[in-house]
Structure formats: C-alpha cells, structure tokens
Design a protein around this ligand. Structure first.
Ligand code: NAI
Length: 630
C-alpha cells in the first residue's frame, strides 16, 4: 500500500518481549563458571551506558567481551527470539506485510539476529538498521562495525538523519533512545510501547502510550476496519480468581484490573461501567440493576461451577454471554466422595475420635471393604459419571438414576427410578444439580426405602436433603455413616458459627463445602474460563455458554465476521441478509441459533464493507448487540 508515512520500530523489548543480549547471555555463558557474576556486570555496564558515565560504544565493547559470543550461539539465539515476538506483533502480521515499504526496524542490537526474526514478518532486509558483528576465522565475535552510527551515542538519531525519510515519521519503542529521535525533530510522533516493559521516564515523554501494537494501529486508523484494540477492552476480575487467569487475559492484551473480594451491588454498579469482561466467583451478585449499568459488558466469566449468583435472564436479554467452569473441579469432588465412603464403611471417624480420647477399640465389627458393594448414584452428570468409573475400578457395582437419558459408563446399571437405586445400594451418593424442585429430594420416605446400615453421602447441594430426617436415621442406626459437605444454610464467612442438627452425630463427616476446593481445581478453573472468554471475544464462539445459544464456529479465515445478537422475534435473519444484499456483499458462511429469549447470528463476509452497512445492521429493530471481527 502506498503511504506517505514511515513507521520506525525498535527491536529489543518492543518487537520482541525480551532483550536479545539477556537471551544471548544465557546461551553463550551457559556452562561458564562466572555466568551469574558476568550477567550482573553486564547489567551494570548497560546502566552505565544509559546514564552516560561511559560511552555507548565502550559499553557495547565491554558487554561483548563478557558475553564472548560466537557464530554457534546465533542459531539458538534466533530460535529463542522467534518464540519471543510480542503478542500484539504476532496478531498484526498483515500490517507488516501491507506496509513493508514504510516500515523500518532500528536497533542498537545486531542485524545477524534481528534480520531472521523480522523478515519473517515481511520487513525488508534493507530496512533493518542495526549493528553488525565482526567474526574471526573460528567464528568468534571479535568486535563490530564501528563505522556504523548505531554503535555510538545518539546512533538512532544519526541513522534517521541519514535516512531522510520523505514523509511523516512515527517512532514506536520502549526506550529513551527511541524518544530521542522525536526530540531531535526527526519524527512527528513518539509512541511509548509498554506491552513488555514500562519506563516512567519514557512514558512521560511520549505523545501516546501504546500498551500494544493494536492501540497504535487503531490510533492511526491502520487496522483496515472497525475492530477494537484489546488494550481498550477492560476486564475486571473480582474475588481473587486464580493468578493464571490474570496472566492469560493480560497476555491476550486486555486491560485487566483485579480486586481481592466480592463487591456490593452499589460498588459493582459504579465499577462495572466501562467494563467489557467481568470475572467473578460465587459471592458477587450480578443483579438486573448491575447489568443495567454495565453499558459495555459483553461477557461474564463465573470462575466456579454455579451461576445462581447471576441474573441469567437479565444477562441474556442484554446480550451478555455467561461462561462458567462446569467440570474443572469434578475430579476433586469425586476423590472426596471415594475417600469418604471408604472411611465411613470402616467406621474410621468414630474410631479416630476414640483414639484421640485415649480409647483403644480394636475390632472388625461393622467394618467392610467397598469392593463388591453397590454404589447408588442419584444424578449421573459430570460428577456422577466420573465417580462411577473410579468406583468400578475399586470393584464396586454401580447403579444410577438420572432424570435425563445418560449413557452408562463401564458396567454401571441404569435404574428406572430413584427407588430402585435406594432399595439396593450399600452406599448412596447424591450428585444432582441444585434446581429448586430437588428440595428435600431425600426425606423420611426415601430413607425408609434404603437398606439398613447404608452409607449416605451428599456433596451436591444442601437443600436436596431433609436434614431432620437424616439426623433421625443416623440416630436410629438405619444410616450407618454419612458425609455431608453442603447444607441448607451455610455460614457466609469463616467467622460465622456453623449451626446444624448434624453436629455431634456418630460416624458423621461434616465438611465446609470444600468438595471442589483443591488447588488443582482452582487452577483448572483459572485456565478454563479465560479460554472461553477469549474464544467468545475473538471468534464469537459460544460453546459451553450457560445462557447463550451454543455455537462452535470455524476459525475466521480471510473474512469479516459480523456478530448480531437480537431478541428472538421472527424475520431478523432476512433483514440482515437484505441489507448485505443491498450493498452487494457476499456471504461466505452464516450460522444462526436461538434460545427462548435471543437469536445469535454469525455472518462471515468476504468483502470490504463500509460504515453505512454497520450502521444499518445496528439499526435493525430488536438488535441487542452487534460487533465486527476480522
Ligand atoms: P451436572 O449438571 O453435570 O449433573 C447433574 C445431574 O443430575 C444431571 O445429569 C441431571 O439430569 C441430574 N438430576 C437433576 N435432578 C435430578 C433428580 N431429581 N433425580 C435424578 N437426577 C437428577 O452437575 P455436576 O457437575 O455433576 O454436579 C453435581 C452437583 O454437585 C451439583 O449440585 C453441583 O452444584 C455440586 N457440586 C458441589 C461441589 C462441592 O464443593 N461440594 C463442587 C462441584 C459441584
């Protein structure tokens, strides 16, 4: 593309996330006995070069002496650097290809390792301005071309002078020497690039701070259409979600803010205003009122299993997709259930308590193996099925009842009613969901159906069991042991006393709703939910969304994607297509799915489009939200 503008881009910590010399030190000094000492010295010398106490050339010479690099180190260095290109540069490869004539790389580093990295992006070899090594016969670096201005102080300024570019010049870099080009009057604007490092002294000098290349392209209208830079997408993560989520979202380029606790409705209303992505756990209530104030909200990530804390209908009607982590802690719950049934069937809880009181009660009475026993599962979803597999591998026979049609795994036997399960099982374990109709699913009548001496486990939801009936059945000996992790009322914080009629009962394990609480589960959730959020933002895919029609979409290839969310009324698809036809736009793929409340239409088009089409699509009656990806 012809353009009267030139883009001058720094290499270290801008084009790549790293400083090439740091990487080189790790390679060339790998087995060197003084590696750490030398690396420290190199940092000192770099600083001296920067603060002017020694000349840049001297600093370069001294650093190279300490690094002692040779040709054999170049390939591993280049490989490392190829893997370290800044994320936003990788995302915007088209920019480098389209404006190859106008892009210059300027660096005090060396062409030998810069060239292989940047030419892969289409940057021209002759547009790389950098130092060059001198090698001896054995391939050792013995110096550099000291006639090159970039080996001296003020080198970047001097190089730009010599280039004498015939148009506007924009400099992007993370360092003070990049700003100096503007200071010398050789550039129209200096953009401080902060994706990898932030230097206050550089930021204060900048015309713009660009947290990513997306922002630079957006500011200069170089991103062919109307898509939005990621750093302008605000993400708010509450309730201390796992740090892995923060780093995933940050490395995607989002502007992420975190808060250690839940927020009240009023706090959230204030905070959520310019937020596009909200991440919560189970304590933050996302009410209709919160959603009404969330003018830019696109997606809510629930970093947990349950989504009762979110007004899902209101979210749907406002076009906000909700994702959770439905199976990230499944395994943790299953392991606890297995452990508890073994402990209970051996009467370990009481035996251990007695030991603590000094009582030695050695006997096999009332102690059994789980092998060969019947495990009755009520609810055969994510957890029920996993437990089924593991229980079978312990030699148990599995029976299950689920209101939905579910595939039996292994040798598990499907029962036609809950009664059928309860009458046969030696161990009954509940894994139903928390729908209201499951309140008191297990009460006096159901306990009466069970075998005498049954082991009873509830790690699902508290209201599913009639606690008074459970207490009576434990005291009567009908239930030989029970493990309860969830309660009709649970303390809101660790400071509140736990009150329950189950306290003090024999062979009864009580745990504070920790079935899914393991570090592994937290990390799984931290990985899973951002993945869903990014997929939705980047591709429009809604697979596994709790409230949106589930659409898994092909990767966008050389097309624009129009994403239209609307009230589920007839005729919207026809209107979209009419507008596209009126503008002569060809559809390469189209996907529609609806729920009771909304319709979700994805249209991939292969043509440049103008803003008028977008305005018309947005203006279709009953449109809730509209966005474009490309
Ligand atoms: P899921 O939704 O995959 O499975 C629930 C299954 O129960 C579904 O197959 C459903 O059809 C079935 N079901 C619902 N009502 C039923 C009824 N009355 N009779 C028979 N089947 C019925 O859920 P998942 O992931 O397996 O979780 C199960 C339960 O465990 C949920 O209540 C969940 O909240 C709870 N849970 C508890 C944790 C803890 O820390 N204790 C951690 C994770 C989940």
């Amino acid at each position: 593309m012809k353009l009267n503008k030139y883009f001058v881009i720094d290499f270290d910590s801008t084009f790549t996330k790293v400083e090439a010399f740091d990487v080189l030190a790790d390679i060339s000094l790998k087995d060197h006995p003084e590696k750490e000492a030398r690396k420290k010295q190199i940092v000192q010398i770099t600083n001296q070069g920067m603060d002017g106490s020694i000349s840049f050339r001297e600093s370069l010479e001294r650093r190279l002496n300490l690094l002692a690099p040779s040709k054999q180190h170049l390939n591993p260095l280049i490989n490392e650097l190829k893997g370290s290109v800044s994320e936003s540069f990788k995302r915007n490869k088209e920019f480098f290809r389209d404006y190859a004539d106008n892009i210059y790389i300027i660096s005090n580093g060396f062409k030998e390792f810069i060239e292989p990295i940047v030419t892969e992006f289409g940057i021209k070899s002759e547009n790389i301005l950098a130092n060059e090594f001198r090698f001896d016969r054995e391939g050792r670096v013995v110096g550099f071309d000291d006639t090159n201005p970039l080996s001296a102080n003020g080198g970047k300024v001097e190089q730009l002078k010599r280039l004498n570019l015939p148009g506007d010049v924009y400099v992007i870099g993370d360092g003070y020497t990049d700003y100096e080009i503007k200071h010398a009057g050789l550039a129209n604007k200096f953009y401080a690039f902060t994706e990898n490092v932030e230097r206050e002294s550089v930021k204060t000098k900048a015309d713009h701070i660009t947290p990513s290349l997306d922002e630079f392209l957006y500011l200069n209208k170089l991103n062919t259409a109307i898509s939005y830079p990621k750093n302008r997408i605000n993400v708010l993560l509450l309730e201390n979600v796992h740090p892995v989520a923060l780093s995933l979202l940050k490395s995607e380029g989002f502007n992420v803010e975190t808060y250690h606790a839940a927020m009240t409705e009023d706090e959230l209303i204030e905070k959520v205003k310019n937020v596009s992505v909200l991440g919560i756990r189970s304590k933050t209530q996302v009410t209709e009122k919160v959603l009404a104030n969330a003018n830019r909200l696109m997606v809510i990530g629930a970093f947990c299993i349950g989504t009762n804390q979110i007004d899902l209908d209101a979210a749907t009607r406002r076009g906000v997709a909700v994702f959770n982590a439905p199976f990230s802690n499944t395994r943790s719950v299953v392991e606890l259930a297995v452990a508890e049934m073994i402990m209970l069937i051996r009467n370990i809880v009481d035996k251990s308590a007695k030991m603590h009181r000094g009582e030695w009660d050695k006997s096999a009475k009332g102690s059994f193996e789980v092998r060969g026993k019947k495990l009755g599962l009520i609810g055969y979803g994510n957890i029920g099925t996993q437990l089924s597999v593991i229980a079978e591998s312990l030699g148990m026979k599995v029976l299950y009842y689920d209101t939905e049609e579910r595939l039996s795994l292994g040798n598990a036997v499907k029962c036609r009613s809950m009664k059928e399960v309860l009458e046969q099982a030696d161990v009954v374990s509940l894994h139903v969901d928390g729908r209201i109709s499951n309140t008191n699913l297990i009460g006096a009548k159901e306990f009466a159906m069970m075998k005498k001496g049954v082991i009873f486990i509830n790690l699902s939801r508290g209201h599913v069991v009639d606690i008074q009936a459970l207490r009576e059945n434990v005291l009567s000996g009908k239930v030989a042991g029970c493990a309860i992790d969830v309660f009709p009322y649970e303390p809101v914080s660790n400071d509140e006393e736990f009150k329950s009629e189950l306290r003090g009962l024999p062979n009864t394990i009580l745990t504070p709703h920790i079935g899914g609480s393991t570090l592994e589960a937290q990390e799984n959730i931290g990985n899973f939910v951002p993945g869903k959020i990014m997929e939705y933002i980047n591709t429009g895919s809604t697979s596994n969304s709790v409230n949106f029609p589930n659409l898994t979409l092909p990767i966008l290839d050389n097309a624009h994607r129009l994403i239209h969310i609307h009230d589920n009324v007839p005729g919207i698809l026809a209107k979209i297509n009419q507008i596209l036809a009126d503008h002569g736009i060809n559809i390469v793929g189209q996907y529609l799915k609806t729920t009771e409340l909304i319709g979700y239409v994805i249209t991939d088009i292969n043509k440049e489009y103008d803003k008028e089409v977008i305005a018309k699509l947005k203006a279709i009656d009953h449109t809730i939200k509209f966005r474009v990806l490309y």
